[in-house]
Design a protein around this ligand. Structure first.
Ligand code: IDP
Ligand code: MG
Length: 135
């Protein structure tokens, strides 16, 4: 069984979309094996988005992701990394199809509701970073 790291970003909490997003994950029959709500520290956000360091959107992204509580989850199921990425929808709003979380609920590139690991390597790294108690 594959595990992926999923985070409902601060806009999702502020807009009260947590229930609807979790509902989609459960409807797909994934298992949520760990979950917590927290406001990420700058240090945690920097570590999480280290691959984007130096890009023009990096600093505003850190400001956004540390702006309030997020819901962090470990989601488990066959092919969960790819399937969750498909359910999330594309990063660019113009490519996020209707029926996806981003395509249905946001028109913003930055405030796009949800993060999901993009590879087995990033999933392992992110689960370890956000849920050290699991390892
Ligand atoms: P992903 O979340 O779809 O994997 P990434 O390219 O890894 O997208 O970017 C990480 C996050 O940074 C995005 O989810 C979004 O919140 C933000 N972001 C990415 N590109 C831009 C941009 O061009 N402008 C503003 N924010 C961006
Ligand atoms: Mg990414």
């Amino acid at each position: 069984m594959e595990r992926t790291f999923i985070m409902i970003k601060p806009d999702g909490v502020r807009r009260k979309l947590v229930g609807r997003i979790i509902d989609r994950i459960e409807q797909r029959n994934f298992d949520i094996v760990a979950m917590k709500m927290l406001t990420p520290s700058r240090k945690l956000a920097e570590a999480h988005y280290a691959v984007h360091k130096g890009k023009d959107f990096y600093e505003p992204l850190l400001d956004f992701i540390t702006s309030g509580p997020v819901v962090a989850m470990v989601v488990e199921g066959e092919n969960s990394i790819t399937l969750m990425r498909n359910m999330m929808g594309a990063t660019k709003p113009e490519n996020a199809l209707s029926g996806t979380i981003r395509g249905d609920y946001t028109i913003s590139t930055r405030e796009n509701l949800i993060h999901g690991s993009d590879s087995p390597e990033s999933a392992a790294c992110e689960i370890n970073l956000w849920f050290p108690e699991l390892s």
